[in-house]
Design a protein around this ligand. Structure first.
Ligand code: PLP
Length: 436
């Protein structure tokens, strides 16, 4: 019997007083003040260079409250969840389940039973591709993806398509970095069982019209999975509003710890699905020959979960809600415009992604400088950007480049950091032109 079902759970012990003294609270949005909550942002690197962290689409930094709760959890609360009927076991379980409820409210899910903890977006999508896809897809069935997917929302479907005989179809990416929605509607006319697409492209910054795309897929009789790795951290996202069947995202891209993420699933669909991983914690009854499954969400949470990670993610959600998701979105869009404006002034810079609605992941190339050389050069100025194929090799092919550079912002970044980026790119251009 699960100890969460007890009728009067013990009161939650308040977390040990945090020594981090965070600044967040009342008052107008002030990124300079919020930065003080992120000790890592005060680092100097390569000697005396103040860190300008512009790699937030890869992972965000963590506020002190998240760092502290991990420490506090292991010092004052650590126990296995849903199993141990002792004081610490009940505390850990309650805080773990409390985190689930916070996430449920954060994404507007109707029930906490539809919130499954995973290791991140990648695992969440694999759960759906394996647990739903392997059992539901038949030869000739179709899965619609787009040409801008992260490998995480591509490779699992390739595998399941090979195994089941289903066919993959792709919505083309137009020159401005938006999706060809007319083509999407045409693609939905086949035997489409699943449409899986990213909400925001990690390369182009494009914000896709996922609500409309979901409605069209549903009208065609398909289920919908939204890869929200780049959207849940940056704007209000409600699964009720989107009406999607699955939503996948990662804690580490939204101030939370690594190794924890979420799969939201529509209850009726999750209930019909068989588990992905099996073993302890996800069963109801086991004999030597056979087993039955636990109720949701435990059916999809085999083994000991990342308890501290989930609690840390809950604290990250608290932080984001105090800042405000609308505020975060507006600032993200403002910084994206500012970054593009600064980069456009540099001769020989080409920006990828000109969607009217875009977020703060800005990919570009600098004529005559390989993205890896650029990232390395810029790093010596204390500026962290990403370079490479950004886990989107098919999209690189569509853009006609092997790799790009990407600056990606979060609400604690400042315009002056983007000024530094622009200056450093100018220096890099000079350096590589003269080769010294
Ligand atoms: N999908 C998108 C759009 C991403 O940007 C990423 C990570 O960059 C992922 C999926 C994979 O996320 P994770 O590595 O946290 O599983």
């Amino acid at each position: 019997m699960s100890n969460t079902s007890s009728s009067s759970p013990p009161p939650l012990v308040p977390p040990v007083a945090c020594v981090c003294n965070e600044q967040v609270g009342a008052g107008p949005f002030d990124p300079r003040r919020l930065r003080q909550d992120f000790p890592i942002l005060a680092l100097t690197v390569h000697g005396d260079k103040t860190l300008a962290y512009l790699d937030n689409a890869a992972t965000t930094q963590k506020p002190a409250s998240v760092v502290c709760v991990l420490c506090e959890y292991y010092q004052a609360c650590n126990a296995n969840v849903h199993r141990s009927i002792h004081y610490l076991g009940e505390q850990a379980t309650q805080r773990f389940e409390e985190a689930r409820k916070k996430i449920q409210r954060f994404i507007g899910a109707p029930s906490e039973r539809s919130v499954i903890f995973t290791r991140g977006t990648t695992e969440s999508i694999n759960v759906v591709a394996s647990a739903w896809g392997r059992r539901s897809l038949k030869p000739g069935d179709e899965i619609v993806l787009t040409g801008m997917e992260h490998h995480s929302n591509l490779v699992p479907w390739q595998l399941v398509a090979k195994e089941t005989g289903a066919r993959l179809k792709f919505v083309p990416v137009l020159d401005d970095g938006t999706l060809d929605l007319e083509a999407y509607e045409r693609l939905l006319k086949g035997r489409v069982r699943m449409a899986a697409f990213t909400h925001i492209s990690n390369v182009l910054g494009t914000v896709n019209p996922v609500k409309r795309m979901t409605a069209l897929a549903h009208a065609a009789g398909a289920l919908v999975l939204v890869d929200a790795a780049q959207s849940v951290p940056n704007r209000p996202v409600s699964v009720t509003d989107l009406d999607c069947d699955f939503l996948a995202f990662s804690g580490h891209k939204m101030l939370g710890p690594t190794g924890i993420g979420v799969l939201y699933g529509r209850l009726e669909v999750l209930e019909r699905m068989e588990p992905f991983l099996t073993g302890g914690e996800m069963i109801s009854r086991v004999t030597l020959e056979d087993s039955t499954w636990a109720d949701l969400p435990q059916k999809f949470e085999a083994g000991t979960p990342h308890v501290s990670g989930a609690i840390g993610l809950g604290v990250a959600v608290d932080y984001l809600q105090r800042v405000g998701m609308e505020t975060i979105r507006d600032y993200d869009e403002r910084l994206a415009r500012y970054a593009i404006g600064r980069l456009e002034q540099i001769p020989g810079v080409r920006i990828f992604g000109r969607a009217p609605e875009r977020s703060g992941a800005v990919s570009f190339e600098v004529e005559g400088v390989h993205p890896h050389d650029l990232a390395q050069f810029i790093d010596r100025d204390g500026i962290a950007i990403r370079a490479g194929h950004l886990c989107a090799q098919p999209l690189m092919k569509r853009l006609g480049v092997p790799a790009v550079s990407r600056a990606s912002v979060y609400f604690y970044n400042l315009e002056e950091e983007l000024d530094r980026l622009a200056q450093s790119i100018l220096k890099a251009k000079e350096f590589f032109r003269h080769g010294s």
